[in-house]
Design a protein around this ligand. Structure first.
Ligand SMILES: [Zn+2]
Ligand SMILES: [Zn+2]
Length: 148
């Protein structure tokens, strides 16, 4: 698979967020950045541990830190399930699509369901995180059902 996030890009993203650049942080960020769909913590751990000796707690801590600094989005999907994807510093938070057949998640473009910032501001609420989820059947599952 073609890498979407280089080490250099990851490094700049950490600096931009005011974080110290460490090898482990780079590895975690690149693992998320180079996965096309929002990934779970065990998935991220698996990607990194094939190359690096890193433990679970470290990976989980770094994920929390990156979410805190708005480098990553955290999708909370019930009590135990969480997935992570890249958050663009200069964009609004993007919506996600959940396939109810294969339980996969996709990041959608921010314009798919854009938020009206004026309306939001008018509510005078202190919005910290936006979580919009669309549900349905993904392309791969639609193709599968066509064959039957
Ligand atoms: Zn599907
Ligand atoms: Zn996403």
């Amino acid at each position: 698979m073609k890498a979407r996030m280089s080490a250099k890009t990851a490094e700049n993203r950490l600096k931009e967020a005011g974080l110290e650049v460490t090898d482990h942080r780079l590895q975690v960020l690149m693992a998320v950045g180079n996965t096309a769909h929002p990934s779970s913590a065990p998935e991220i751990l698996e990607i990194i541990s094939t190359k690096k000796d890193i433990n679970r707690v470290t990976v989980y801590r770094i994920l929390d830190l990156l979410v805190e600094h708005a480098v990553l989005n955290r999708l909370s999907l019930g009590e135990k399930s969480q997935r992570f994807c890249l958050r663009n510093a200069r964009e609004d938070e993007h919506p996600h699509f959940h396939c109810t057949r294969c339980d996969s998640y996709l990041c959608l473009h921010v314009k798919t369901l854009s938020l009206d910032q004026k309306v939001l501001d008018g509510l005078s609420l202190d919005v910290r995180h936006v979580d919009i989820r669309l549900e349905g059947v993904c392309l791969a599952c639609q193709d599968k059902s066509d064959r039957f």
